[in-house]
Each structure stands twice: as C-alpha cells, then as structure tokens.
Design a protein around this ligand. Structure first.
Ligand SMILES: Nc1ncnc2c1ncn2[C@@H]1O[C@H](COP(=O)(O)OP(=O)(O)O)[C@@H](O)[C@H]1O
Ligand SMILES: [Mg+2]
Length: 377
C-alpha cells in the first residue's frame, strides 16, 4: 500500500516553457502530494494551461524536470520525455470534448477500448464509474442529449474510468452556469477525496480555487507568487500582487515606525500613512522607515459614526460616503477619505446615506502589511 501511495505524487522542479524568447512558464517548483488537491490560480495568460500541459506531456518543457510518482516523465536536460498515453493521467478540459456520435457508455468506455481491455472488464468499469458520477441511468443516451452539467460528469467519468494515478483538470467548470458550477465543484471534490486521487486543477476563479483546494498556487506572468492553504493565501498574502488578486482589498501605503515579534509566524508593525497611523501585522520583520502596503479586506472593515473613538486594537480613517451598491448578500460602500477611497462591505440591511460623514474602522489583526515596491501589473 505504501508503495502505491508514494507512486502518485507530482513533482515539478525548475520547470519552464519558452515560446521563442517569451517565457510562458519560468522556474516552477511544485510538489503535489499523494491524494492532494492543488489548484493553479492566476489571471488569463499567466501560464496555468501551459504548466498543466507539460505535466500531461502535451507540451515539452524547455527546462527542468517533471516526475510522477517515482518516474521522471520529462527532463529537459537529459532528453527524457514520456509520451502522454504512458503517463497514466486522467484529464478533463474546459470544453467537455465528449464525442457526439457516441452514447454516454461508449464515451466513458473509450479510454479502455484504446487500451484493448476485455469487454467484461469494460462493462464493469464503465458501470461502476457512471454510478460514481450518478449517470448510470443515462448510459444509453446519445451524448448530445445531455445538459452541460451531465456532459461534464461524463467527461469526469471518462477521466476516472481507467483509475488514473493523477487527475489534471483545466477550467472544467467554466462552461457551466453559476449554480451548477458550485454543485459540480462540491461533487467533484467529494469524489476526489473518496478516491484519494492526486489532483492538479486549473482555474482563474478565486472562489472556486478556495472552495476546492487543499493548497492554492498563485501564478502571475509565468511565475509562482505564493503557495499555501486557501485561508493562508487570502489572509496572509506574501505580496501586493497576491493581495490584489483576491477581491477588492484596500491597499494603503504606509511607513514602518516600529516592529515587534508576535510569534514564530508574525510580527506587529507600527505604521504611519498619510493622515493616519496605527498597528498592523506582517510576516517579516521590518526596519523603521521601510515602505509597506497595508491590506484591509472590505469585509473586515466597518462603518462607525463620525468622531467616534477607535479602540486601541483598531485602525480608523475618517471620511464621507461616496457610493453605496446593493449586492444582495452584502452592501458595498465606498468612503472617500483624505488619502483615497476605502471599500467596506457590510450587511445589506445597514443603510447609510451618500454624503454621510463616518469613520472606517478595522481591527489591527485584520490589517496585513506586505513589502511595497513589489512590482504589479
Ligand atoms: N503555442 C504557443 N505559442 C506561443 N505562445 C503561447 C503558446 N501557448 C501559450 N502561449 C502563451 O503563453 C502564455 C501562457 O498561456 P497559458 O498557459 O494558456 O495561460 P493561462 O492558461 O494561464 O491563461 C500566454 O501569454 C500565451 O499567449
Ligand atoms: Mg488556460
């Protein structure tokens, strides 16, 4: 059992891919552990698909080494390249790519027929896999007579039917409407957990990445920016680029006055901005005078009446309400302060009038500083 479990981790070492002299993927180091669900997340064009295609063997890597389990499947330096069909990977892509001239059963059976498995085995494996995705009663349907969500299940079944060591998925839910996307995401995650498949998933959708993944890999312009559990990346981004990628955070310029260690992972900074001062947290010690960007998430901020005192564990800015947008679940407020606008998300029931003078208040624990000067798009 131990041997088998060690067999399906995916390791990328200094993997890169150049198109001419453009580096689509640069120096990617990543380990996806056995049974782990890891998501590559980043804006369009950042190199997610190219990375996945290199793992699949659909694209050669210009540099570096890729291993699946104990086997090196691609090593640019040593000229090793194992073709896709010998990597034992299941793949699901954005377009379902199920074959319209075949029934659901035959679509799912296809990978086994290509592998020349005996009929009895095919019958058993296809039935079992269709049951897993709750599509067994559609086995005889022509594939086009299915809804988008059903087609997607067939595509997933086809990827699972030969029990791949590793599953690769490239934006598999992006063609579905919002509700189905949530439902299919949750279902797929449950199947993945049950079968313990090592999964490398690609999406540009932050909330999908956070809901599904054990760990998220944030990419930008071909490079890994940060790897971590969803909450860690969201609450403790390592850079301004990563902070800005999730939602619409407030990013405030400030200068460090003092620094004290809280624990092994975090420090507390005294910072001064334009017309405000207070404390926040950060991952690294900073020197007095150092420039930082302080991130405040809109949902962590609240509106208080003008002139009210902030607690000593809080940061506060005074301003005037400039916009208010009802979004159903929340209301987004924009407060104009002396040094820029602040976004605050609040309960949709809390009404504030445009033009009201207010304070924006946030706990210093929810204010997170990252180094300034890190280049952003
Ligand atoms: N075959 C190719 N030839 C030239 N450039 C490519 C090729 N494939 C991808 N690229 C470029 O590489 C970059 C990364 O592409 P891709 O991996 O598809 O990004 P993502 O999936 O994150 O949107 C993009 O700038 C894209 O235009
Ligand atoms: Mg892509």
């Amino acid at each position: 059992m131990r041997r088998r479990s060690a067999m399906s981790e995916v390791v990328l070492e200094k993997v890169s891919r150049n198109f001419g002299n453009f580096a689509a993927v640069a120096d990617v180091d990543l380990r996806v552990n056995q049974g782990e669900f890891v998501t590559l997340l980043g804006p369009s064009g950042c190199g997610k698909t190219t990375t996945l295609r290199m793992v699949a063997g659909l694209e050669p890597n210009s540099g570096g080494r890729i291993s699946i389990g104990s086997e090196v499947v691609s090593d640019a330096g040593r000229g090793i390249f194992v073709p896709p069909e010998r990597r034992r990977l299941g793949m699901v892509f954005q377009s379902y790519a199920i074959w319209p001239h075949m029934s659901v059963f035959e679509n799912v059976a296809y990978p086994l027929r290509v592998r020349r498995r005996p009929n009895a085995e095919i019958q058993e494996a296809v039935t079992r896999t269709l049951r897993l995705v709750e599509m067994e009663r559609f086995a005889d349907r022509p594939a086009p007579a299915l809804s988008g969500g059903q087609q997607q299940r067939v595509a997933i079944a086809r990827a699972l039917v030969f029990e791949p060591k590793v599953l690769l998925l490239d934006e598999p839910l992006s063609n579905l409407d919002a509700k189905l996307r949530l439902q299919m995401g949750d279902e797929f995650r449950a199947i993945q957990k049950r079968l313990g498949m090592t999964t490398l998933y690609v999406t540009h959708d932050q909330s999908e990445a956070m809901a599904l993944s054990d760990r998220v890999v944030v990419m930008d312009r071909g490079r890994i920016q940060q790897i971590g559990a969803p909450e860690e990346i969201y609450r403790y981004p390592a850079s301004r680029t990563v902070a800005a990628f999730f939602g619409t955070p407030n990013l405030l310029d400030a200068e460090v006055r003092a620094c004290a260690r809280i624990d092994g992972r975090r420090v507390r900074l005294d910072v001064v901005g334009q017309g405000w001062a207070g404390r926040c947290e950060a991952s690294h010690e900073a020197r007095p005078g150092q420039a930082v960007t302080v991130m405040v998430r809109p949902e962590d901020a609240r509106i208080a009446s003008a002139g009210s005192d902030a607690g000593d564990q809080e940061l506060s800015w005074s301003g005037r309400i400039a916009h208010s947008t009802f979004r159903g679940a929340t209301r987004s407020i924009v407060v104009q302060t002396d040094n820029g606008q602040l976004n605050v998300d609040m309960s949709a029931f809390d009404a504030h009038a445009i033009g009201d003078n207010v304070n924006v208040v946030v706990s210093q624990r929810a204010a997170w500083a990252v180094p300034r000067g890190d280049v952003t798009a």
